[in-house]
Design a protein around this ligand. Structure first.
Ligand SMILES: *Cc1c(COP(=O)(O)O)cnc(C)c1O
Length: 382
């Protein structure tokens, strides 16, 4: 028996459950249409909600920054990796989110791991929505705090558990996605803020899928719900609607100052590359100056929701629209059929989600005709 034999067995189990995953190669630039296996497919699988990842202005900004600073930052921010553009990006994020300060991480995943691990420890308590993103869940584990899951979006369950457990712990942190990444629904932010206030808890909201998408200026769910300026911890990514790579935390000056001294995934990792930093900075400017992109995105969402209304669509208030299916196998087969008909949309299966589904992401750069095409194909294959 080799010490590694279990890996093959484990892979076998993954295959038998229809949980096996592999990559698909996209050739060419990101966009509403992508080329896969030499075929052009309509892209409903991208987090690039505003179509900025293939935008010439982001590309030019990345090239210019690379020419000026080189390809790698060559060190952590605190040692030798810090550049003026990192600071400019952080100021732009803070202005966009209307917070005192912001700090950028190398990814959204690392932002969650680092912030949560810095804010709470073994004497503390975390309340976590059961459908939270993997980075929130693993951040909670890394912190060593006691973790209590509450039922998805259930304020009642959260309140009961706060009543029962809050007083026995020192600090307490409530963590939640703002737009749930695999369902597309929203957390009840104003009510969560009230509960956090009442029970003296910190509240961390993950705006990964909301930034650039929700709110009058695209600042996210916090803005959408009129909660701008409240004392909460906002996490987000530069990698979805902002078309680049990286993550951030936005909040009070003291919070950010503390994280720069205590978040291990910020202190002990290389600073964001000049190209990613400059592209994200350019994206924030575009989000601010081109609200028509967001308007078009929401028009497209409306058309698709209407077109799929008689199917088993999960409740959604975002560009993420999911069709629930009984079996992982059914989801995989539907994904294949869609691909044959020229549409790229992923089957999402356990263990990522409790129930299998097809997940469509709408982009601002889809034409109405492209959305109609998806509706027509779904009508045929269902
Ligand atoms: C994508 C995502 C992240 C991770 O962001 P990256 O920048 O891709 O690492 C974190 N939280 C949520 C809710 C996400 O959907």
């Amino acid at each position: 028996m080799s010490a590694y034999e279990w890996i093959e067995k484990s892979l076998g189990t993954i295959h038998r459950a229809n949980w096996y995953r592999s990559v698909q190669t996209i050739t060419g630039r990101s966009g509403a249409v992508v080329e896969i296996e030499r075929r052009s497919l309509l892209n409903f699988a991208s987090n690039d909600y505003l179509g900025l990842a293939g935008d010439d202005r982001l590309i030019q900004a990345a090239i210019a920054a690379t020419k000026k600073y080189g390809t790698g930052a060559s060190g952590s921010r605190l040692l030798s990796g810090h550049r003026e553009i990192h600071r400019e990006l952080e100021k732009a994020i803070a202005a966009f989110k209307q917070t005192e300060e912001a700090v950028v991480f190398s990814s959204g995943y690392l932002a969650n791991l680092g912030a949560i691990a810095a804010l709470v420890g073994s004497r503390d308590l975390i309340f976590s929505d059961q459908y939270n993103h993997s980075s929130l869940k693993n951040g909670a584990k890394l912190s060593g705090a006691n973790i209590i899951d509450f039922a998805h979006c259930s304020l009642e369950d959260l309140r009961n558990k706060l009543d029962q457990y809050r007083s026995q712990h020192r600090r307490c942190l409530i963590i939640t996605d703002s737009v749930f990444s695999m369902d597309g629904d929203l957390c009840q932010l104003p009510e969560l803020i009230d509960l956090a206030d009442k029970f003296e808890c910190m509240l961390l909201v993950d705006e990964a899928h909301a930034t650039g998408v929700l709110g009058a200026t695209g600042a996210g769910c916090v803005e959408h719900f009129g909660c701008t300026g409240k004392s909460i911890i906002q996490v987000g990514t530069l990698s979805k609607a902002l078309g680049s790579l990286g993550g951030y935390i936005a909040g009070s000056g003291k919070l950010i100052d503390f994280l720069r001294n205590r978040a291990p995934t910020w202190i002990y990792t290389t600073a964001l590359s000049p190209a990613d930093t400059a592209a994200a900075y350019a994206a924030i400017n575009i989000v601010k100056t081109e609200p028509e992109r967001r308007r078009k995105l929401w028009e497209n969402i409306k058309i698709l929701k209407k077109g799929l209304a008689n199917l088993n669509i999960l409740p959604t208030e975002s560009p993420i629209i999911c069709l629930e299916l009984d079996q992982a196998k059914a989801a995989l087969e539907m994904g294949k059929k869609l691909k044959e008909k020229g549409i790229f949309a992923p089957a999402i299966r356990p263990p990522t989600v409790p129930t299998s589904r097809l997940r469509f992401s709408v982009m601002a750069t889809h034409t109405s005709a492209q959305i109609e095409k998806l509706v027509e194909v779904m009508g045929k294959i269902m």
